[in-house]
Design a protein around this ligand. Sequence first.
Ligand SMILES: *Cc1c(COP(=O)(O)O)cnc(C)c1O
Length: 763
Amino acid sequence: MDFRSVYTEDESAAIEKEFTRLKEKCYLDHAGTTLYAESQIRAIQEHLTQNLFCNPHTSRTTEDLIDQVRYRVLKHFNTRSSEYSVIFTSGTTASLKLLAECFTFDPQGAFVYLRDSHTSVLGMRGVVGTDRIFPIEREALLRHLTVDGNSSNEFVSLLVFPAQCNFNGVKYPLELVEKIKDRGLINCERNQFFICVDAASFVSTSFMDLTRYKPDFVSFSFYKMFGFPTGLGALLVHRDAAHLLHKRYYGGGTVKIAMAGRSFHVDRDSLSERLEDGTVPFTSIISLLQGFETLERLIPPVRGQCSMERISAQTFLLGQYCFRKLQALRHGNGQKVVELYHDGDFEDSTGQGGIVNFNILHDNASFVGFAEIACMASLHDIVLRTGCFCNPGACQRLLSLTDDDVLKHYRAGHICGDANDLIDGQPTGSVRVSVGYMTRRSDVDRLVQMIENCYIRKHSSNRLPRSLIVCNYKNYCQPQLKMICLFPIKSCGALKVTTSWPLCPKGLKYDREFVVVDENGVALTQKKLAEMCLIRPRINLETNEMILTHPSMADFTLDLGFSADASGTQTVKLCQTKVCQDNVQAIDCGDDVSEWISVALQTSGLRLLKQSDVEVRSVQTSEREISLSNQAQFLLINQTSVRWLAGMVPDWDDLRVEPSLESLVDRFRGNLVIETSKELEECRWQRVKIGESEFSVDGPCSRCQMICIDQTSGVKTAEPLRTIAKEFKGKMRFGVYLSNLNLRNNSGEELLYCGSTIQGLIE
Ligand SMILES: *Cc1c(COP(=O)(O)O)cnc(C)c1O
């Protein structure tokens, strides 16, 4: 099993230089968007800064240049302006919507779409000017390659299918266009079909030759071809179908004349002038030139193959390599590791693009949830996509989900884009990896390696628990609070307390009061920068100071006595930031501490913000106040459960020494660390009494990558996430969230003591 690059060594080296920003990242989501080259952006900058580009309604030069770009787009598709018009839109979705709104159906005309279409096509159903709307199955569509339909030219109708499926990269033969235009569709007796090919996924790595195939309409987005600009796509319209497009709205330069007082206007003659409302995004359109130029410069045509044909060959071979590697993976007991969702065997580039879609299986053939794989990939710096990829038809067909299954999943709380990856063991979606013109073999190898390391079970022996879990819990009859941990700065190290700590209405006093944001004002987390755990704050309650420590820095002391309404002693800046999807009002803590943090984390432009007292985050479901923590006031972690979990971990493959219990407990970043006589006891509690304080249990905490980061070194490991997901049937849950029941009426100064006994109550 091997892969031989289509590019020469020099070409590969030149391409690699264009994406240095990837650093350690392995990018495998080209079907989401491909990446722009660095020289492409430099050339665009040069072009825009050296020329004066005015509104095309003002400047003839700009207008002419835009027409030049139209010719360039058509050249890419090997056609000319005498055959096709280019209508610029904001993207594929907008192109399809425009077509749905403008296409003039015969009163008995039909709208037929491939079932396995992107939701952008499914959405056309709500707008098209006919009630006769039918899906067509993949098999039924392909049958038209060999069987004639019913030809007729009576009722003007529209058929839409993709040139390549965005779910698994299978291509649809474009011969279908001619066949169906000539001979009609089976079972559509008297309809004359005009055909729209949704080429959004296809064009990213394939050559569409519009001299050979002549669909009436073609939709696509440019960012999938060369990464930049976004927000720009096109609808290509064949001249024989242009007369069918009529629209009711007009605005900007799309009319020859209009009157303000009377409903009178005359459309412009050329199709693009009629359909492109308002001012076209002219700087974006102009920037397309460098996109096309970059592809041709990096992958020049050779021996009669154009750049796109070479890219198509290269990405197909990489996809094939990935497919075959995954197909060959086996567990120790012989069970396959990867369930592949494909419609062909990756035989050649005319039938398949560089997309591989799959789910992972345990050695007992049960599914690993895709949300877990997404976490694991992200932990390994691999960018891929999970879910249903806006293609419910393909998802249902390939995962064998009936309409009832889909409804059942929805009723069980699953919606597109969430982390409900398994319902009753059945996957609601899958994993998609996709390659682009710059993807290297090593990128695919990294993915395969990650799956091998994290999911292959080499031996199927029933492992016995190791020494770590032979514990001494017999000493405690009563559950006990062992330690209080607070995280004054969100995502930084813990402040561990073994004595007592005050509670406040938001939870533990000073817990997650602060947040570090990057130069764009976006909250920084350990997921992005694991080294944040090396900053360990201490708090002196007497002097009201926070002391920041870091292994390689001198300590920094921050006075906590400032606030937004500080009377002139300190100038404070209020700002907005987004933490865990909530907007929060915060106060900037000043230059000195921000500088210290930027140096400590070796990232310039960081700022430390303190949650403002002015406005507090509120949780929708209750009236509780919480600080910048993830979901609730307190996270309770049971040391006994962690010990049990550690015993279940078969192998810390990526660590030389097994982590200590303490370091494992640290990874969970709980606020209240307890010990009980039996593991997982806490999962059954509905209320908890710790000493004199009472808490309600808000539910389990669903864990993600954070638990894979060793809190003393910042090193990332695949465990214990893998084992948690396995032991809890794909649910990444560990620890429970609590909120304090008496705090709201409490003016503060209630203390929580370590060593207090704990009563878990089941109602
Ligand atoms: C990406 C894609 C779309 C949607 O494109 P947008 O740029 O998001 O509008 C539609 N169809 C297919 C096949 C795609 O791959």
